[in-house]
Design a protein around this ligand. Structure first.
Ligand code: T46
Length: 137
């Protein structure tokens, strides 16, 4: 879990390029990519955890804050440059849009499955207490 700083190749006169590679930067096989956009400023999304799904988040344009809560403490991460990846594995997540036009991209370890979502915070805390994610975090 946490931020991965990507390389930033280039210089200001003609711009930069960042990249990430399967297996080298991402600790799972990517099966799905999705992106969230046209979100009003200060809107909050997320408010769930995943049972099995692993994800990396990055913001190719804009500024957003991601609050990751493992049931014991919550840590706020800022995605405001395209050269940062945030690895999320099992934590409760809240996402806040801070700049117009911000785009959040997600690469995920599996296909969409609503059964994998925990959308009730009390259920999330119960699963934490049972040690549901203890191997992974
Ligand atoms: C996550 C955060 C970072 C689909 O049908 N297919 C998909 O691949 C996805 C991701 C969502 N959906 C449906 C499910 C809902 O009816 O799209 C609707 C919006 O999803 P949700 O309210 O879960 O969106 P966010 O922005 O709160 O959360 C999303 C992802 O769902 C979630 O996996 O971790 O981004």
């Amino acid at each position: 879990m946490g931020l991965i700083q990507l390389e930033r190749l280039g210089e200001s006169k003609d711009g930069y390029l960042s990249f990430f590679e399967a297996a080298r930067h991402i600790p799972f096989e990517i099966k799905r990519i999705y992106y969230i956009y046209d979100v009003p400023i200060n809107a909050k999304r997320g408010m769930h955890a995943h049972k099995r799904l692993r994800q990396v988040l990055w913001c190719p344009y804009g500024h957003m804050e991601i609050l990751l809560d493992d049931g014991r403490e919550a840590v706020a991460y800022t995605l405001d440059t395209p050269d940062k990846l945030l690895l999320v594995e099992g934590q409760w997540r809240d996402m806040y849009w801070r700049q117009p036009g911000s785009v959040l991209c997600v690469a995920a370890s599996d296909y969409y499955d609503e059964e994998d979502y925990v959308r009730d915070y009390d259920e999330f805390l119960r699963l934490v207490k049972e040690g549901y994610w203890s191997d992974e975090r």
